[in-house]
Design a protein around this ligand. Structure first.
Ligand code: SF4
Length: 364
């Protein structure tokens, strides 16, 4: 079986953000070299089972750019050695401000990384403090310029909205400041309160509030300002200049097979989904021990694809829907919730914030 999408999880973070539910930790006792050796061993083991010819590779985390120069170099060299990269179209990495300098940026660029996603989150010092981020707006700007100077063709800036204490005006300022930098891609995520995070506990204690109307106001403000600036709103949280959409994320949304390397990384091939053990020490010592292995039913896979594709501007192919769901889609169309374009149905611009309840009604 050929697998064309590869995810690499680097779990290290300099500081832990209180809203974050990803598997991550400070480097601690595991050396960076040991982690990279384990990642390359994981790839070698998976290459025995699957033919891996990546069209996309994505370094996520955690903070991949927290790896020091020699560990990063070892990882890049190892991947280039082990993989057939002749089909590779996109190689992305996540990055946090102040975790890389010009030399590290050049190292990434020279090995073929062509897309960097920089975690800015906000340009407001008070909100960065609330989010527990360890960089200032000025440091984020400096890091952005380093990426530009290194020559990456696509730089994404990650932003968050509906933050505790964030006014609509502050969000508008963040959007304008982002646009002034002329990135090729902007991700704008509504803060979600994930279980087992300090933010979730604060919400439970009543220190933070969630307001659906406020979320929608922030969402539609971003939609208006960014599309007016020439960005395509191609997925609920993602905006791109023409031709700069993320291929890796599109592969997830379309239900393509992918393999994950690293502690906690998930893989899905056909109807099989499994996770690497979410424990860096164990992963480094024992290899990619599998946890949470499951066989997905056709209905699970179908519903997942419906939920994800409805988030995109392309929408869902009508022919792929079950009869009852197709009828429901027609009702949604007459109510102005969905529109039919070619042989697909998608949310109308005014109803994009309603994606989850609409998708649930189109499931098998
Ligand atoms: S830097 Fe990113 S991965 Fe690390 S704790 Fe913060 S949000 Fe999570």
């Amino acid at each position: 079986m050929i697998v064309r999408h590869l995810y690499v999880h680097v779990p290290f973070c300099h500081r832990i953000c209180p809203y974050c539910a990803f598997y991550k930790h400070q480097p601690g006792k595991t050396s960076m070299k040991v982690l990279v050796d384990a990642l390359l061993a994981d790839l070698a083991a998976k290459s025995q089972r699957f033919e891996i010819q990546p069209e996309t590779i994505y370094f996520g985390g955690g903070t991949p750019t927290l790896l020091n120069h020699s560990a990063l170099s070892h990882l890049l060299e190892g991947l280039c050695e082990q993989l057939d990269l002749s089909h590779l179209a996109e190689w992305s990495t996540e990055a946090n401000p102040m975790t890389f300098d010009q030399k590290k940026a050049e190292l990434l660029h020279s090995h073929g990384i062509n897309r960097v996603s920089l975690g800015v989150q906000s340009w407001q010092p008070n909100l960065l403090k609330t989010l527990g981020r360890d960089h200032s707006p000025e440091q984020a700007t400096m890091s952005y310029h380093i990426l530009r100077e290194a020559g990456f063709p696509i730089v994404n800036l990650d932003l968050m909205f509906s933050l505790p204490g964030q006014s609509l005006k502050a969000w508008e300022e963040d959007l304008h400041r982002t646009l002034k930098l002329h990135p090729q891609h902007i991700s704008a995520y509504n803060l979600t309160y994930e279980e087992d995070t300090p933010f979730f506990n604060q919400l439970g204690r009543g220190n933070f509030q969630e307001d659906v109307d406020d979320n929608a106001d922030h969402f539609y403000l971003a939609d208006r300002l960014l599309t007016e600036a020439g960005f395509t709103h191609y997925e609920i949280s993602n905006y791109a200049q023409p031709g700069c959409e993320s291929h890796h994320n599109q592969a997830y949304w379309e239900g393509k097979n992918y393999l994950g390397l690293g502690p906690s990384a998930v893989s899905t091939v056909g109807t099989q989904r499994w996770q690497n053990v979410p424990d860096t020490v164990r992963y480094a010592a024992e290899g990619a021990v599998t946890v949470n292995e499951e066989t997905l039913s056709e209905a699970d896979l179908h519903n997942e694809r419906v939920a994800l594709m409805l988030r995109t501007s392309r929408g869902i192919q009508l022919a792929s829907l079950a009869d009852t769901a197709r009828k429901r889609a027609q009702e949604f169309e007459s109510e102005g919730v969905l529109e039919f374009v070619d042989d697909h149905c998608r949310l109308t611009a005014e109803h994009r914030a309603m994606v989850d309840p609409v998708a649930a009604e189109l499931f098998i």
